[in-house]
Design a protein around this ligand. Structure first.
Ligand SMILES: Cc1cc2nc3c(=O)[nH]c(=O)nc-3n(C[C@H](O)[C@H](O)[C@H](O)COP(=O)(O)OP(=O)(O)OC[C@H]3O[C@@H](n4cnc5c(N)ncnc54)[C@H](O)[C@@H]3O)c2cc1C
Length: 383
């Protein structure tokens, strides 16, 4: 594996870095504090092409390789994890669903819009079905050439401020995982309601919504994939979503390193900069160790993807490690800041709150360990 970035990848990374430093970072604290959706930033993200970085150019994207996409996501994660999250869900989950499972017509209808106009959401989780999506209750029943959707979804990123939600619903109650089908549901469909969830610990500038569907009528042309293929589609998209999440969590770890070094150089105790104390250096070194391992893991996923190989296991490993590393690193960065780290005067408290969710969504740490444990002991866990 070649660890040298190509010239184009270096250019993409500096483009993303400059953009994030100038356009994203200055607003991160205020958006977090006020729980405000980034209305002004969104058009700029579309303009930069960041919502469709790895989507082929023929569908309105930038057509970049996967590592370039990861580099953009890492920079977004470094500056504002709420923004990173909305990009990851749109590009990593929703665009992937369409690219891998959409008909040509569905791709042509939705991909150019999702890369230039409005956000996509991924509606899998329900109030009573999180780690066990096969137990979902939402249902879709056939009515002539249409489907009628009823039910509710919980914790859906971009679910109230987007234009499209991929809804997973039971089309054959009682068949569990094999009875789930995916649908493309425009968010302005009559009967679809997305209500923003407030009071989250982190990702406070992101739109996370509770969705209710009452007799939402969708033509059969909006069915994604075959009847009964829904969970397969969701899991396939999560391979890509987890890569994006790992890259974003690596960005949080980088932000923690930068903040810890900066503060340790500014702060004086016992007549010396705290950066000269070996125990503070240990905290900073530990952040660096976890950061380097995180980056290597998500780059490996990109390397496999760009060779056209399946990377389900590698995505799971990178997701589990990078997310937990970002929590450890944010905690260390707070420690370096002492009491000041506990206030919003410095960004490290936000890093800790934003990092915290990464071990919960797109498979909790426990679920990834269960899957890996089964995989390593010979069971076919990653179907
Ligand atoms: C901010 C945010 C954004 C999100 N965005 C989306 C989104 O865009 N789309 C979407 O579909 N979902 C989204 N989610 C939902 C997320 O994916 C779920 O919260 C996650 O899958 C966990 O489900 P749960 O919350 O129901 O927890 P549960 O599944 O109830 O788990 C609770 C605890 O039990 C543990 N547990 C569960 N089963 C087992 C087991 N078999 N063995 C051992 N331990 C187990 C879990 O690890 C966890 O510690 C989001 C969540 C948040 C918080």
């Amino acid at each position: 594996m070649d660890f040298d970035l190509s010239e184009q990848q270096q250019q993409i990374r500096s483009l993303a870095r400059d953009f994030c430093d100038k356009e994203v970072a200055p607003h991160a604290r205020e958006l977090d504090k006020t729980e405000a959706f980034p209305d002004e930033l969104l058009p700029k993200l579309f303009e930069m092409g960041f919502l469709g970085a790895s989507v082929p150019e023929e569908f309105g994207g930038m057509g970049l390789d996967y590592l370039s996409y990861g580099l953009i996501v890492e920079e977004l994660g470094r500056t504002d994890a709420s923004i990173r999250s909305l990009v990851s869900v749109n590009s990593g989950l929703v665009c992937t669903c369409l690219l891998n499972w959409g008909t040509d017509e569905q791709k042509r209808e939705w991909l150019p819009r999702l890369t230039s106009e409005g956000l996509g959401a991924f509606g899998l989780t329900e109030p009573n079905a999180g780690s066990d999506p096969a137990s979902m209750n939402s249902g879709a029943s056939r009515d002539g050439d249409d489907w009628i959707l009823n039910g509710s979804k919980m914790w859906i990123t971009n679910g109230s401020r987007g234009i499209l939600t991929v809804i997973f619903a039971q089309t054959d109650h009682g068949s569990g995982a094999k009875g789930i089908t995916a649908f493309l549901v425009p968010q302005d469909s009559p009967g679809y309601e997305g209500r923003p969830i407030h009071g989250k610990l982190g990702l406070r500038a992101g739109d996370t919504a509770e969705i209710s569907m009452r007799d939402v009528r969708i033509p059969d042309g909006n069915r994604l994939g075959e009847v009964g293929e829904g969970l397969k589609i969701a899991l396939n998209a999560l391979d890509s979503g987890r890569f994006s999440l790992a890259a974003g969590a690596t960005g949080i770890s980088q932000a923690c390193l930068d903040a810890a070094i900066r503060y340790a150089d500014e702060r004086t105790q016992f007549g010396r900069k705290i950066s000269s104390f070996q125990l503070v250096q240990e905290l900073i070194s530990d952040i660096y160790l976890d950061l380097q391992a995180s980056r290597a893991l998500y780059w490996k996923v990109a390397w496999k993807h760009d060779k056209g190989e399946r990377h389900t296991v590698e995505s799971s490993v990178a997701k589990a490690f990078c997310s937990e590393a970002s929590v450890r690193n944010a905690d260390r960065a707070v420690q370096v800041h002492g009491g000041y780290g506990y206030s919003d005067e410095y960004p490290v408290g936000r890093y800790l709150r934003d990092a915290r969710v990464t071990t919960l969504y797109e498979g909790t740490s426990q679920i990834h360990r269960l899957l890996l444990g089964r995989h390593l002991t010979g069971e076919n866990a990653f179907v």
